[in-house]
Design a protein around this ligand. Sequence first.
Ligand SMILES: [Zn+2]
Length: 304
Amino acid sequence: MRRFLLALCLAVLGGWPGIAAARVDIVATTTDLAAIARAVGGGDVVAVSLTSGAADPHFAAAKPSMIRRVFDADLLLSVGAELEVGWLPAVLQAARNPRVLPGRSGHLDLSTAVVLRDARTGPVSRAMGHVHAAGNPHYWLDPRNGRLIAAAIAARLERLDPNNAAGYRSRLAAFTADLDQRIPVWRDKLAPLAGRPVIAYHESLVYLASAFGFEIVDEVEPLPGVAPTAAHLSGLVATIRDRGVRLLIMEPYYERRSAAFLEDKTGVRPVIIPQSVGALPDVKTYPGLFDAIVAAFAEAGNLR
Ligand SMILES: [Zn+2]
């Protein structure tokens, strides 16, 4: 009898669409990770981002909607390397979902999937801004790292949802093949930038520079997260003149006064690049992000 009841239960559960169609519920801290999760997860997952892509990911308010999403999640994807250190711990604490706590199989810190640049040694203080002390967390801006991020997400999904492993594997292969095909095209279009000195606003573009071969000679921020001073800006005027810098690359969410000042003094052209999926309304996928970055450089005019 007991065996019969068990069989009946399994039959009912197996035939119940709500169970059969259960998707892995993914929350990502950024739109880029959510977009990559959707690409490799397909119809087997639902992936949303906790932040919008139009705002600075170093800062976010722990809203009730965010906490509800984390409470329901099977898998939380984070950029790590302290990018979300100002807000994610509070969200995790409020959400009380043990499945997605750091160290659990439902928490994937993607900084462990890539090689981080510029880890700082020696004493650092967050009073000096967010100092990227654990290494530079803006690694999604190298499309080669997109492959590593996607592979790590697919591997974790296979582990959490082994029944759909074949789907994760084939979508990962398609995502990787697509990037492999596009990277040389992007590189070709940005070839005039190769070897050129540029200024960045924030210390966020080192991965983009490494992928496309340009050189960042200084930043508008004297330290990551610290607003520029008059003295730092006049130092930049000298650097821009000495090095023949033509472009100043920055994310849309930074103040524009410093760039306008530098443009006025030196003629350096500000290039506003979307730094994430969703930074501009029509940037909806991870490869689409690099299409938009390439377009932003093209709009800046003659790169030579
Ligand atoms: Zn940063």
